[in-house]
Write a protein that binds this ligand. Structure first.
Ligand SMILES: Nc1ncnc2c1ncn2[C@@H]1O[C@H](COP(=O)(O)OP(=O)(O)OP(=O)(O)O)[C@@H](O)[C@H]1O
Ligand SMILES: [Mg+2]
Length: 246
């Protein structure tokens, strides 16, 4: 029998809506619109776990390491980021796929990442984004790759946070295998809020959990350098989602 731990994320307002934490071993997908805060949320969870003494690895598949570090190094909420990177409490694995990346290359990239993770006793891993890793593959190959990653996560008893891209003007890039290949599914998309001048807010919805209850309500997520991502309440009023007309 597998023992599944609920790992506290330390994100304000978030642990409550996922019944205490994210599963380990387990796979959480964060699927969201561009700029919604996917990377910040995932990295902050990794960072908060590092504060608790756990090692984490960020597999960067869309952005260069320097770009991510430059963005977050002055965020007070990440004030020990550089120290953790130096001490290898947090590790970066940068692999930005280029056109022509085939299934075998993707598998060897995944093997490399998990070998380093295992050697270093990594407890938590982020793939940002899985879409970037699989977008050059055929539909059946995508499913194979997602299963391959999932096996690695379960066999290494790791908490995996997988980020997937939800484009603004269409539903998905790859066939939606991700939704069915995870234990917890979080969606972060934009909704119009009409209070004064209309503006887009980030709506975070805990859509599914195989390890607990989810209420599937719409929550508002905000980002600031001081506190990172916070869930500040629910969206109570009628709203509609832009960009979905296709
Ligand atoms: N210096 C800053 N101060 C306040 N908010 C910031 C700052 N830098 C970024 N943000 C906020 O963070 C958001 C981007 O967050 P993040 O990079 O986590 O999103 P993402 O969903 O990963 O985006 P992408 O689709 O580009 O990967 C921006 O849209 C902005 O709202
Ligand atoms: Mg990102």
């Amino acid at each position: 029998m597998i023992v599944i731990e609920k790992v506290h994320t330390g994100i304000k307002g978030f642990d409550d809506i996922i019944e205490g934490g994210l599963p380990r071993p387990g796979i959480t997908y964060i699927i969201g619109h561009p700029g919604a805060g996917k990377t910040t949320l995932a990295l902050q969870i990794l960072y908060n776990r590092a504060l608790q003494g756990e090692k984490g690895m960020y597999v960067s598949l869309t952005e260069k390491k320097e770009s991510v570090i430059t963005r977050y190094k002055d965020f007070p909420v990440f004030n020990r980021l550089e120290e953790f990177l130096q001490k290898k409490q947090l590790m970066f694995f940068e692999a930005i796929p280029t056109y022509g990346l085939g299934k075998d290359m993707v598998i060897s990239l995944i093997d490399d990442a998990f070998n380093i993770a295992q050697e270093n006793d990594v407890k938590n891993i982020i793939f940002d984004t899985v879409t970037s890793l699989t977008m050059y593959l055929r539909r059946d190959e995508v499913r194979t790759i997602l299963s391959y990653i999932n096996d690695k996560i379960y066999s290494s008893k790791i908490m995996g946070i997988m980020i997937a891209e939800l484009p603004l003007y269409s539903e998905i890039i790859n066939p939606p295998n991700e939704e069915f290949m995870c234990d917890v599914l979080i969606v972060m998309d934009y909704v119009w809020i009409y209070a004064g001048a209309p503006k887009l807010d980030v709506r975070l919805i805990p859509v599914k959990s195989r390890v607990g209850r989810v209420d599937r309500r719409s929550y508002i997520a905000v980002i600031s350098p001081e506190t990172g991502v916070e869930i500040i309440g629910t969206i109570e009023t009628e709203h509609f989602t832009p960009f979905r007309q296709g």
